[in-house]
Design a protein around this ligand. Structure first.
Ligand SMILES: Nc1nc2c(ncn2[C@@H]2O[C@H](COP(=O)(O)OP(=O)(O)OP(=O)(O)O)[C@@H](O)[C@H]2O)c(=O)[nH]1
Ligand SMILES: [Mg+2]
Length: 310
């Protein structure tokens, strides 16, 4: 089972691995010396993978020192050094989901238009309902975009979980309110709230998101236990600005990084993890509801470097 999950992760990160780790391997394989031009090429490979300037510079600094101190003798050893460094860097803790001590765990999901919210919610529903065998209820609080309710409804049917929905155009806060009542009455263990895509400049829509959050907080103690921002990994470094702006409206507790399969810039996980206190909790690796993985720093680095898990 674990091997299957890991090979799915490796498959999903193929583009990043090809661009970054394979590039690095080619760099060290030609039996060259470590000199300035080697370090420059290394830097380029890291920036291309979107690891961020800060992480790249810091890592290069460490590599230089380790080489000067003769801790690393030949270029091949650089690979092990880099993967260890990244693993330690990513392993900050807090990647686990926060759950309610009793009653439903409420997860509010937000993000810009088209970033993958609804698909990611389907993946979360699949993960909790089908993998962890917990009772899941979805709240269709995106009443703004035409067909958004139907889209979520189709996922709920496929996965076999509950859904609370109103008509398109209804008040998303009222949907959230009804969903809380239903979750309590039906003994749901996890309730996931879909919301409309919005930009921070759309003041009305941002206020609406804050209102949904208030409704949840009033109806269920401690809710939302998680507020997840879905970030499209293919947007690269732009994702960083979105974290800042959404966090100002609704305090975020975690990130769901979607579409990692579609980018060679998977290194963005590293810069996001570095820049914010907010941890990456899940990653999305495809369009099917099975393409979800709870984020594990060690597995992520192993998958990128193409090593087998220990
Ligand atoms: N390859 C890939 N595609 C994804 C992933 N997640 C979502 N998508 C695709 O991204 C597109 C948008 O996904 P949605 O889930 O509808 O995004 P959304 O944020 O809910 O969109 P709005 O509600 O319109 O704001 C769809 O075509 C999805 O199939 C992923 O992890 N990998
Ligand atoms: Mg949606």
């Amino acid at each position: 089972m674990f091997q299957r999950v890991f090979s799915r992760l490796k498959q999903g990160l193929k583009k990043t691995r090809d661009a970054f780790a394979s590039g690095l391997k080619a760099l060290v394989r030609i039996g060259r010396r470590v000199d300035e031009s080697f370090l420059e090429e290394l830097e380029e490979a890291m920036i291309t993978a979107d690891m961020g300037v800060q992480t790249t510079q810091e890592l290069l600094e460490h590599l230089r020192e380790a080489y000067m101190d003769r801790e690393i003798e030949d270029p091949k050893a650089f690979l092990g050094y880099i993967s260890n460094y990244l693993e330690q860097h990513l392993r900050r803790g807090g990647n686990e989901l926060i759950t309610a001590p009793s009653g439903p765990t409420v997860i509010l999901v937000c993000g810009v238009n088209g970033c993958g919210k609804t698909t990611s919610i389907a993946k979360l529903a699949y993960h909790f309902h089908r993998v962890e065998n917990r009772k899941v209820l979805l709240a269709a609080s995106d009443t703004f975009r035409a067909a958004a309710v139907e889209q979520l409804d189709v996922w709920a049917q496929r996965i076999g979980c509950d859904i609370v929905k109103h008509k398109s155009g209804a008040d998303p806060g009222a949907v959230a309110y009804d969903a809380c009542a239903a979750a309590k009455a039906r003994g749901s263990e996890v309730m996931i709230v879909d919301t409309a895509g919005r930009l921070h400049t759309q003041t009305g829509l941002m206020k609406e998101l804050e209102k949904i959050r208030r409704v949840l907080a009033k109806q269920i103690e401690g809710a939302p236990h998680e507020t997840l921002l879905v970030l499209d990994a293919t947007t690269g470094q732009n994702a960083l600005a979105q974290v800042d702006l959404f966090h100002q409206s609704v305090p975020l507790s975690g990130l769901f990084l979607s579409k990692l399969d579609g980018t060679a810039k998977g290194g963005v996980v590293i810069s996001i993890n570095r820049q914010f206190e907010i941890p990456v909790k899940f990653i999305g690796l495809g369009e099917s509801y099975e393409d979800i993985q709870p984020f594990s720093p060690d597995d992520f680095v192993h998958a990128i470097f193409g090593q087998d898990v220990a």
